[in-house]
Design a protein around this ligand. Sequence first.
Ligand SMILES: Nc1ncnc2c1ncn2[C@@H]1O[C@H](COP(=O)(O)OP(=O)(O)O)[C@@H](O)[C@H]1O
Ligand SMILES: [Mg+2]
Length: 496
Amino acid sequence: MRTLSARILLGFMALTLAFGGITINIVINQRTLAGYVGTLNTGLLPVAETTKDLARREEELRQFLADGFDKDATVETAKLRLDGFRQRRDKEVAALQKFVSEYSDIEALDRKHSLRNSIDTIQQQVELLKPRYDGLELALRQSESVANDSVNAGLAPLRDGERALASLTNDLANKIQNRVKTGLEDLQKGEKESLGITILLGAVAVALGLMMTTWVVITLRPLRRLQNAARLVASGDYGSRIEERGPAEVADLARELNTMARAVEERERELVRSERLAAVGKMAAMITHEVRNPLSSIGLNTELLDDELGDASQEARNLCRAIHREVDRLTAITEEYLTFARLPKPKIQPEAINPMVGALAAFVRGDLAAKKVDLAVELGEPDPIALVDAGQIRQCLINLVRNASEALSTKGGGTVTLRTRRSGDRITIAVEDNGVGIPADVLPRLFDPFFSTKEGGSGLGLALTQQIVKDHGGDLSVESTAGKGTTFTVSVPAKP
Ligand SMILES: Nc1ncnc2c1ncn2[C@@H]1O[C@H](COP(=O)(O)OP(=O)(O)O)[C@@H](O)[C@H]1O
Ligand SMILES: [Mg+2]
């Protein structure tokens, strides 16, 4: 889960699932309520209506029987009226039966079969009373008037029977009425609950959405860091670096930006260096023209003057020598500039390194000894052969040894070690000293032209050395510990 895209994908998946769940829940609630309303509308309410009709018809029949036949009525009309009441009641019973047996979702309507049982009981009672009605009808047919004893005798059990039936139908009507009432109440409750759940889930979804948004904002915040860093680099501040942490893509991008800043910084330094080198070239041309020739004639004339003075005045001769020393120093510096300006392309050829280093050591040993600096030489075996311009590499080594001895003389002496070695397709020549070392903040500027910590130093030695080594397709590196010493290593191509 380290990558930004995976995190965001997961977040949106969670959000989508949540919304899906909420929608399904709402639909299910809706369907349940709709089912409820359906049962109520097409089942319970019509049954309640029919049962109420039945109860009314039953009550009419019961009342008719309780009142007895009209005394003035003929047997015919009495029979007709009785039949009318009975038929109307029977029609309602049949309607009820039909509805219950045909209703599609009877399970939902009459789960415990209590409705059906009640209707069956009523039907049975109606059937039971049928023979008695037949008896009454016979009595009516056989008598001339309705006020006959056998007619009255036939009426009595029917009154009892229909009274019982009236009470049964009333009970049923009340029962169904109650069910309609509780059904409506349930519906209201269900609707309220469903509304509550919908509001709750909606709130959860909104909260989830807000959380997700906040989370995405927080996750994307490191991008701002990168943006600011890129802006800094663009404005020329190549030194600042970004922390390489956060989600994988951000860390990668930070690393890339840092690499880019480092490269730009290095390029910038390189540019400054080469600009300065160009300046050195121009200056050298000028110096050759305006300074070098007068300087050599000043030197020559001072020498002549010194000879001319003879033993005359020691004081004057000392002055002459002081002038000569300064002229020598100036000449040395102008020579350094000139080497730079006229640095020719190296004439590369196979060169045995050990003899070259040995000869160099012999050449500088005397000078170094005068400054209390020992010189040690460790030559690698077998004698490494390099592809170099011997004269130029010798110049480089002289520069490095001079710097080393200068670093040593500031602390009163020490040892310079020259070490040759072959490693793979490279040959390295190390110049090591146990002098003052180089502070870490100075290291990056070491090879800049004109950079010097010495009074009267040209700051060109290392710049020149690096230029030469680079022209050889080689590399000049430095390792230093302040207070302990420094090692410069020249690495050049070996002869295959
Ligand atoms: N071996 C060394 N030990 C300590 N510092 C050194 C050494 N070599 C070079 N340096 C530092 O690098 C600087 C640049 O050297 P260089 O380019 O030869 O110029 P210069 O010798 O004229 O100062 C020196 O001024 C010195 O501070
Ligand atoms: Mg130097």
